[in-house]
Design a binder for this molecule. Structure first.
Ligand code: MG
Length: 160
């Protein structure tokens, strides 16, 4: 019998000078990047947590602890790939994803096709199963002051 499950993920990272900005596996030209133990790809992290949550497999921090040197500077797409494999081991595959990035700047929509293609290839779905959006927080709060970037993601997984 086939089954579907929904999952949610949310993540935030601080912006910092001297780092590259990586979102959805794509390098976005900007004068700052996100701080973190890995490449700090906040969008991919939210997606990882949504997939893990849908399968009730815990969260990204449990699987890839941020005090483990093995994950220092790691490309978050590698983590995503491992999570897709974990899901496969318990009989699930991703179906579709909807995500929103919360960032005052830079403008992101021009990079969405590359991000969607990148994420779709790792999830083994077509790019039209990856919804991506961006919003600002209208200058309010820490994200509104461009102190960081946030991402939220929901996903559906189905029995393989
Ligand atoms: Mg994170």
């Amino acid at each position: 019998m086939s089954a579907t499950r929904v999952g949610i993920g949310i993540d935030f990272h601080r912006l910092q000078e001297g780092r590259e900005l990586i979102l959805g596996g794509v390098r976005v030209p900007y004068d700052k990047g996100l701080a973190g133990h890995s490449d700090a790809d906040v969008l991919t992290h939210a997606l990882c947590d949504a997939l893990l949550g849908a399968a009730a497999l815990g969260d990204i921090g449990t699987h890839f602890p941020d005090d483990d040197d093995a994950y220092r500077g790691i490309c978050s797409l590698t983590l995503l790939e491992r999570i897709v494999n974990l899901l496969a081991q318990v009989g699930f595959q991703p179906h579709n994803v909807d995500a929103v990035i919360i960032a005052e700047e830079p403008k992101l929509t021009a990079h969405f096709p590359a991000m969607r293609a990148q994420l779709a290839s790792i999830l083994h779905v077509s790019a039209d199963h990856i919804g991506l959006k961006a919003t600002t927080s209208e200058g309010m709060g820490a994200l509104g002051r461009s102190e960081g970037i946030g991402a939220m993601c929901v996903c559906l997984i189905e029995t393989a």
